[in-house]
Design a protein around this ligand. Structure first.
Ligand SMILES: [Zn+2]
Ligand SMILES: [Zn+2]
Length: 306
């Protein structure tokens, strides 16, 4: 419980957990407050109050008694990348007397097979809490920016078809923007006809891969049909360029280099600053997905269905 008010982003405490063996040992401890006084109560932590970390368990001492909430009022932030030392930080205003909560799903992978029914009462409540591993993919991707790095690592190593692109490699003179209800690729500077706007590389992914990108600090699952190119035996992912929209009268053209994993995007007419860059999808996508979309380019030679 909070004995004072906290403002959002205020550090509530610094704690260092200990590693203990992964067995049924009970751990007994007393709490000493920062003014030196000691809580006469003897606290007992068991498996329920600790979290598995590789072959050991993490004993958080007093923090092992913090309850879960699906919309918690605190989050943990590792100190210098440490797995055991962390700041507990308020995510919203906390009033004196309010219970401090955290989201167990961010640091407990599978709850050792345990589960409990959450009673947090929030509209977005996950219901049964069984660890990060048992959430749906959209729930996992929503939490990904906040999750403990070792949970993320474990998740990736047990789901080989997840491909996360942490960096879209976007050149600093380009930017993504909501152009017309759709994310598009725009240029901050102008280009003369014939200039190379950017050189980009292609990454091969498997047909069954799930493509996840980090965009504005949060993660999104891309629809492979619209964001990767089908080459039958595999698919191609092209980083930031996946957000360039199609036009039947485009202002750029794609020229593949000899090693075929890189290409230049060249402008075929002058481009002004803050203008949207477009390309003609039919020049590099062979209809292997048999998917049509209605074109909104409104050019006079629009093919209507691409
Ligand atoms: Zn809940
Ligand atoms: Zn068109």
């Amino acid at each position: 419980m909070a004995t004072k008010d906290f403002e959002p982003n205020e550090t509530i405490y610094l704690n260092t957990a200990s590693l203990v063996p992964d067995d049924e040992t009970e751990h007994h401890f007393q709490v000493r407050f920062s003014d030196g006084s000691v809580d006469p109560q003897l606290y007992k932590a068991t498996k329920i109050n600790t979290v598995k970390l590789r072959d050991n368990r993490v004993l958080y001492t007093f923090d092992g008694f913090m309850n879960h909430s699906c919309i918690p009022n605190t989050r943990s932030e590792s100190v210098n990348g440490s797995e055991l030392t962390y700041h507990q930080i308020a995510t919203k205003h906390i009033s004196t007397g309010e219970e401090i909560t955290c989201n167990y799903l961010l640091f407990d992978y599978d709850c050792d097979g345990h589960q409990f029914e959450c009673k947090c009462g929030h509209e977005e409540c996950y219901g049964l809490i069984r660890g990060f591993a048992n959430l749906t993919l959209p729930q996992q991707v929503n939490l990904l920016q906040f999750v403990d790095p070792c949970i993320k690592q474990r998740w990736l190593s047990s789901n080989k078809n997840l491909k996360i692109f942490e960096d879209l490699l976007i050149p600093n003179y380009l930017y993504l923007s909501d152009a017309h209800g759709e994310v598009g690729l725009l240029s901050k500077r102008s280009f003369k006809k014939g200039e190379i706007v950017f050189r980009n590389k292609i990454t091969k992914i498997e047909q069954s891969d799930i493509t996840i990108v980090k965009l504005d600090n949060s993660y999104k699952v891309l629809n492979n049909l619209t964001h990767t190119i089908n080459r039958v035996s595999h698919r191609l992912f092209i980083y930031f360029d996946t957000f360039m929209n199609h036009s039947c009268d485009p202002n750029t053209r794609t020229i593949f280099c000899d090693d075929s994993d890189t290409y230049n995007t060249v402008c075929i007419r002058d481009i002004g600053s803050d203008e949207e860059l477009t390309c003609d999808y039919t020049t590099f996508d062979y209809y292997n997905d048999s998917e049509l979309f209605e074109c909104a380019c409104s050019s006079t030679n629009c093919q209507n269905y691409i």
